[in-house]
Design a binder for this molecule. Sequence first.
Ligand SMILES: Nc1ncnc2c1ncn2[C@@H]1O[C@H](COP(=O)(O)OP(=O)(O)OP(=O)(O)O)[C@@H](O)[C@H]1O
Length: 268
Amino acid sequence: MARPFVEFDRVTLTYGEGEEATPALDPTSLGIAEGEFVAVVGPSGCGKSSLLKLVSGLLKATSGNVVVAAQEVTAPIKIVGMAFQNPNLLPWRSTLRNVLLPAEIVQPHRARYRRDKAPYVERARQLLRTVGLEGFEQKLPWQLSGGMQQRASLCRALMHEPSLLLLDEPFGALDAFTREELWAVLQALWMQKPFTVILVTHDLREALYLADTIYVMSARPGRILLRRNFDLPRPRTLDSTYDARFVQALAELRAHIAEARTPVPAFA
Ligand SMILES: Nc1ncnc2c1ncn2[C@@H]1O[C@H](COP(=O)(O)OP(=O)(O)OP(=O)(O)O)[C@@H](O)[C@H]1O
């Protein structure tokens, strides 16, 4: 069997030291295949964002090893694209120039971009077309709706063709309709040329719509309670969410999340 693209070998994470120590992640081992779409769900504060930071090298494991693309992660890695709940577009740059940002920063693209911008501009325009933002290339972020900004942020995350996309609740701040539209957009981008995705979300329907594999984490310190494969055919649509297999998997995940949460003490 091929080596996983992302590997955690008994990884733990503790923030702070001594009396201030906060254990965030209990020993965690997992393997994610190249091109796999993974969703991570779990109660608030269970360590989902920390897990992404360990993968990207923004945080160093307290013990254990994190390996990405056969390299041990010891510093921030370059092959990664990221998007968060807040689109974080630079307000003074047009949509197109926001999407082009990674080409200006990440090597080896930076050097190539300086020599010849045209292929990058074409890729940025193509990405914007795919997410339905054709015609908005020259608009500034404040001229876009929240959903449009998040579309642009996804394009920016994919600009430098990262082999790994890390998404931290990217649709969390959007209304339900826009969120559902963006599931289809993200799925379409991924289906064009599957890259490895780790999506952190609180939305179990989102996890099942998008992912091949769903990890359920326990309350802090986080550990993996369940790894659930979900192979409903793609492209999945909103109709897929009424499929009996979807409904059953949703009920299963709900039950595990209920277990994962620390019980709230009853009022006397
Ligand atoms: N810089 C830090 N210093 C100390 N503790 C931290 C730090 N960052 C996170 N923590 C703690 O580690 C735990 C895990 O945090 P993390 O942000 O990974 O959780 P999460 O599952 O992403 O939460 P949420 O779903 O609410 O966004 C939390 O209980 C948090 O209080």
